[in-house]
Design a binder for this molecule. Structure first.
Ligand code: PMP
Length: 423
């Protein structure tokens, strides 16, 4: 038996919120899949560093040098956390969405992209200029691999190709067979990028072991504050592409031409994609979160999360009107992200009641994965706004869903309160 890790201290655990029924209750944040609360340790590290921060890479002053060191050390810490290969490069971005858009802007000419329709929109949509093949939702991890293999076998074998896949679904929480999908991609001469936005906060991730070419994730889902994300992986496509943003930092040498124009030499490394003053506090926060998770130990964190998942699923299974949404079935390994509908209830009203009457924060809607939620609900949910779905009359199919999600900072009391409230 693995030892459960104690819930890690997170910011805002003691925040109280008013209830419509009168009184106040400690807020139960059960929307980690959208944004996890920052670890207290991350906040403390940032507060300790705050008096010392200065501009990075350019300043001659002591604090600028200190900040440059902290920024570059953060890059090393996160690279180690992801277990990257020695010649991989890591770029700090704004978020997973930003990382995948950066990669999309760096695709070689003629690149074909393969993506499952089940992806989050951040993985589904950035490939605007490429030929994109959208793959149907698989009903098992094995079917996912077979579907990808079939599609890749039919592709033009000479051109470049990229597969984009999630590590853990932001709707069902189910783990995807990343290693097998990477092997299939490579067997057909394609590259693969892993959207680890939901995987990295919950499981140790090894780029080397999974053999993915790139990985993307967001700090704000990994217990760091908003505003910083990561793209890490193979250097070649990145160093051959035009800079994602043009400007200072991306350029090595800029000269005026005789005809009046300007010549630019861009940096040869992936630093060409980090133009402008970087988000040094964001990078430092992500590194701090990576250290805190590593020190706490993923074994205990995973064991604890599995204990919470079991509690929530057993609690929901006890309510006959509840249907948990799943692609791969009850036995699929998953992270602490569970979406469900309640027969006869509008999901938005249900989520609003959890907040107003119990102080529980969950999310309702289509979770930026419209095709997947449509498939799971087996209907045609309205897609104009995440919360704007019309009411389902009693007995009618739900038009959107409710998502409860949790992680390293979640105490048992929060999920117990949630289960009681749903009952
Ligand atoms: N991919 C997945 C699987 C996600 O869950 C999310 C966030 N919901 C994203 C990408 C996008 O992350 P961000 O909003 O931080 O860019």
């Amino acid at each position: 038996a693995r030892t459960l890790c104690a819930p890690l201290p997170v910011l805002g655990r003691d925040v109280t919120v008013p209830l419509v029924t009168g009184g106040e209750v400690a807020y139960a944040a059960l929307d980690y899949a959208a944004s996890a609360p920052a670890l207290q340790r991350v906040w403390d590290d940032v507060a300790a560093y705050a008096p010392y921060y200065g501009s990075v890479h350019r300043g001659a002053g002591y604090l600028s040098q200190l900040s440059t060191d902290l920024f570059e050390n953060a890059r090393r810490t996160v690279t180690e956390f992801l277990d990257c290969r020695p010649d991989d490069q890591l770029i700090f971005t704004r978020s997973t969405t930003d990382s995948l858009n950066l990669l999309a802007a760096a695709l070689p000419a003629g690149c074909q992209v393969f993506v499952f329709e089940t992806e989050h929109h951040a993985s589904l949509l950035p490939w605007k200029d490429a030929r994109v093949t959208f793959l149907d939702a698989p009903r098992s991890p094995r079917q996912a691999v077979e579907t990808l293999e079939r599609a890749l076998a039919e592709r033009d074998p000479h051109g470049p190709a990229l597969v984009c896949v999630t590590g853990a679904s932001n709707v069902t929480g189910e783990l995807w067979p990343v290693r097998e999908l990477a092997a299939a991609a490579h067997a057909h001469g394609a590259r693969i990028v892993l959207d680890a936005a939901q995987l990295a906060p919950h499981h140790p991730v090894s780029v080397r072991d999974l053999d993915v070419d790139w990985i993307a994730f967001s700090g704000h889902k990994l217990y760091a504050p908003f505003g910083c994300g990561v793209l890490a992986g193979r250097a070649d496509w990145l160093v051959e592409a035009d800079p994602y943003l043009a400007g200072g930092g991306a350029s090595r040498k800029v000269t005026r031409r005789e005809d009046g124009g300007v010549d630019v030499e861009w940096h040869e490394s992936a630093a060409r994609h980090e133009a402008g003053s970087p988000n040094v506090i964001g990078a430092y926060s992500i590194a701090s979160a990576c250290k805190a998770l590593t020190e706490a130990g993923f074994d205990g964190l995973v064991a604890r999360e599995e204990h919470l998942i079991a509690k929530v699923r057993a609690g929901l299974a006890d309510v006959p009107e509840v249907r948990i949404l799943s692609l791969f079935g009850d036995d699929a390994p998953r992270v602490g992200v569970i979406s469900f509908v309640v027969e006869g209830w509008n999901s938005s009203h249900f989520a609003a009641a959890l907040s107003a009457e119990y102080g529980i924060g969950v999310r309702d809607g289509l979770f930026c994965a419209h095709p997947l939620v449509r498939t799971l609900l087996g209907g045609d949910p309205q897609t104009q706004g995440e919360c704007g779905a019309p009411e389902a009359a009693p007995g009618e199919k739900s038009l959107n869903a409710i998502r409860v999600s949790f992680g390293a900072g979640t105490p048992d009391e929060h999920v117990d309160r949630f289960v009681t409230a749903v009952r």
